[in-house]
Design a binder for this molecule. Structure first.
Ligand code: ACO
Length: 322
C-alpha cells in the first residue's frame, strides 16, 4: 500500500496589515463589533501589484525548502484558489513556470474555503494510485479582490495569504483518510453571483463581489465541520483522544469554538490564526498548519485533523499523521 506524507510546509502573508481601526475609517464599523462577532483583529491584504500566484510562489518555495527537495522532484502541482490570477492558464500552470518545472500535470481546484481539502484529497489519490510520487499542494487567495470594501457585513471578515505542503509517497501514513462533501442547493447563501460566462461585464468593471447570508452560513459551517470530525474518526476507528490537533477552516472564532464544542475537541487542541489572518479561504488551513509546525506545536508523529467549509456548500477533512 502506498500512502502520502506531508514532508514540508510553507506559507506566506502579504506585508500590508489592515487593522480593525483601519476599517473604521472606510465603513461604519468598530473594533469591538468585529472582535466580538468574528474574533478578527487584523488581516493581510496583497499589494496592488501582487497576485495570487505571487503569494503561492512564496509559500511553495518555503514548503519545498522545508521538505528538503528540489522543485524538479515535484511531479504534480495543485493549487486551490477562488481568486486565480487569470481566467486561464490556471494559477498552478503559472506557478509551475515560476518554479522552473516542465512536464508534470499542474491544475487548479475550486471549492472556495474548502479548496485545500479538495486539493489534498486529489493529490493523495494521485500518490496512492502511483500516478505521482511528490506533489505540491497549495491554497492561495487574494480574496480581497472579490470583496466589496463598502459592505461592512463582509469586508471585515476576509484577508489574503497562501499556504503550501509537499506530499511524498511513503510506506506508512501520512494521510490516513480524506472526506469530501458538496451540496449545491445552498449555492446562493455564499457566492460571487457573476463570472466568466454570466454577467462578465461586472467582472470586467471590478464589481464581482462576495455576498453571504451570514447566519445561515454560520449554522451550516458549525454542523458540517463538527459532523465531519465524527465521520473522519469513525472511518479510522479512532477516538477523540487519538487527535493531537484540530485545524478547522479559519472563518470566525465563534464558528471555530462552536465546532470544537460540538465535536468535543478541547480548545487547547485547536489551532487558531483567524485573529491575525481573517478568513483567507483556501489558504486558511495550510497557513495555520505551517504556523503550528514552525512554532513547534505540531510535532512529527502527531495526528492532525484538518477540515474546511466553503461556498457551494463544500466541506471536507483529512486526518494526517505528521
Ligand atoms: N460592523 C458593525 N455592525 C455590523 C457590521 C460591522 N462590520 N456588520 C453587520 N453589522 C450589523 C448588522 O447590520 C446588524 O445590524 P441591525 O441589527 O441593525 O440590522 C447587526 O450588526 C447584527 O448583525 P448580524 O448579522 O445579526 O450579526 P451576527 O452576530 O450574526 O454576526 C457574522 C455576523 C459575523 C457575519 C456572522 O453571521 C458570521 O460569522 N457568519 C458566518 C459567516 C462567515 O464566517 N463567512 C465567511 C465565509 S464562509 C466560510 O468561510 C465558512
Amino acid at each position: 500500500m502506498i500512502y502520502s506524507r506531508i514532508i514540508g510546509t510553507g506559507s506566506y502573508l502579504p506585508e500590508k496589515i489592515v487593522t480593525n481601526a483601519d476599517l473604521e475609517k472606510i465603513v461604519d464599523t468598530n473594533d469591538e463589533w468585529i472582535q466580538s462577532r468574528s474574533g478578527i483583529k487584523e488581516r493581510r491584504i496583497a499589494a496592488d501589484d501582487q497576485f495570487t500566484c505571487d503569494l503561492a510562489e512564496q509559500a511553495s518555495l518555503k514548503a519545498i525548502e522545508a521538505a528538503g527537495i528540489k522543485s524538479s522532484d515535484l511531479d504534480l502541482i495543485i493549487v486551490a484558489t477562488t481568486t486565480p490570477d487569470q481566467v486561464f492558464p490556471s494559477t498552478a500552470c503559472l506557478l509551475q513556470q515560476r518554479l522552473g518545472i516542465a512536464g508534470p500535470p499542474a491544475f487548479d481546484v475550486q471549492a472556495v474555503c474548502a479548496g485545500f481539502l479538495f486539493a489534498i484529497d486529489v493529490a493523495d489519490k494521485f500518490i496512492k494510485t502511483g500516478s505521482a510520487r511528490c506533489a505540491l499542494v497549495v491554497g492561495a487567495e487574494t480574496f480581497s479582490r472579490i470583496i466589496d470594501w463598502t459592505d461592512r457585513t463582509t469586508c471585515v471578515l476576509f484577508g489574503d495569504g497562501a499556504g503550501a505542503v509537499v506530499l511524498r509517497a511513503a510506506d506508512e501514513p501520512g494521510i490516513y483518510s480524506t472526506h469530501l462533501h458538496s451540496d449545491g442547493k445552498y449555492k446562493d447563501l455564499l457566492c460571487v453571483p457573476v463570472g466568466v460566462s454570466r454577467n462578465f461585464k461586472q467582472v470586467n468593471s471590478g464589481s464581482a463581489f462576495t455576498t453571504m447570508e451570514g447566519g445561515e452560513v454560520f449554522r451550516w459551517a458549525v454542523t458540517a465541520m463538527s459532523d465531519i470530525v465524527d465521520e473522519t474518526l469513525d472511518a479510522n476507528r479512532m477516538s477523540r483522544d487519538d487527535i493531537d490537533w484540530l485545524i478547522p477552516h479559519q472563518a470566525n472564532i465563534r464558528i471555530i469554538n462552536a465546532v470544537g464544542k460540538r465535536a468535543k475537541i478541547p480548545p487547547e487542541k485547536v489551532i487558531v490564526t483567524v485573529e491575525r489572518h481573517g478568513n483567507t479561504s483556501a489558504a486558511s488551513v495550510p497557513l495555520a498548519l505551517d504556523e503550528a509546525v514552525r512554532d513547534g506545536r505540531i510535532k512529527p508523529g502527531q495526528n492532525v485533523l484538518i477540515e474546511g467549509f466553503g461556498g457551494g456548500f463544500t466541506w471536507g477533512s483529512a486526518l494526517v499523521k505528521m
